[in-house]
Write a protein that binds this ligand. Sequence first.
Ligand code: HEC
Ligand code: HEC
Ligand code: HEC
Length: 192
Amino acid sequence: MSRPRRHSWLIALLTLVVGLGWAAGKWTPLAKDGVHDPDSPAIGVLQEPAEALSTLPPDTAGNQVLWMRALDEGHIQPRTNILPETQVNLRLTDVLLKNTGEMPLVLFPHRQHTAWLDCSNCHDQLFERKAGATRINMFLILQGEKCGLCHGAVSFPLTECLRCHSVTRDSALARTFGKSLVLDRTPPGPTR
Ligand code: HEC
Ligand code: HEC
Ligand code: HEC
């Protein structure tokens, strides 16, 4: 009776230790990040990334936070403006990008981007305001252009292929687009 019990305690303890070790290794402490001076008096005063990020919805890639969920579920409330006249301007369309070779199609969601970014961050320097009009490809992206300006830098990394290549050809979602490259996601509301 006591033997298997002790055994399960041991397993629980090991799981905890391994789990904690893994969690601690996820975020580099400020003193070791190669950016902050380890001898600076600010070390120990500034909040450590692990303390700030470990309470947010976990991800398995990048900086280990699912930022879209953190925002949508209200775990974070980013300041919307520096200048008082700045407005958050949501756009609620999805754009289907189809030049993906053997890979599933790419779905570019405007809502998720305009929740953080202004139109002018992308238009019209990076992307045309016309679906299918911009020359985008993986070579450019891997060089840090187009989507790669942010993905792999400040947003989820390029190793997460299927987060962009998320629409299987001939799937129900692909069919929802029909012949169009744009799908309006504005929720149906009362007609005014
Ligand atoms: C993160 C970058 C990004 C931001 C921010 C962004 N867009 Fe776009 N937009 C795109 C991309 C990518 C496309 C597709 C371009 C293509 O297919 O050539 C697109 C396409 C469009 C299109 C054509 C398809 C459609 O949805 O009707 C319009 C219009 C447009 N954007 C307007 C806007 C407006 C207005 C805003 C701000 C409220 C905005 N965009 C913010 C990246 C962005
Ligand atoms: C940040 C979004 C994003 C991620 C992550 C991403 N792709 Fe792409 N990929 C694109 C876009 C956008 C295109 C161009 C689609 C278009 O213009 O119609 C593309 C195009 C492609 C193409 C078509 C040929 C070419 O060179 O453009 C292939 C193949 C491809 N991606 C493979 C991958 C693989 C494999 C991964 C993961 C290692 C990956 N992609 C990750 C967005 C992404
Ligand atoms: C100006 C910066 C910027 C550019 C350019 C950009 N993105 Fe993003 N993207 C973000 C940010 C910020 C997020 C939210 C944080 C995250 O998920 O990492 C995001 C999230 C996403 C998501 C996840 C949405 C969700 O519901 O979780 C997808 C898919 C995506 N981007 C695809 C693309 C594709 C495809 C392109 C190029 C056509 C692109 N992005 C270009 C900044 C950018």
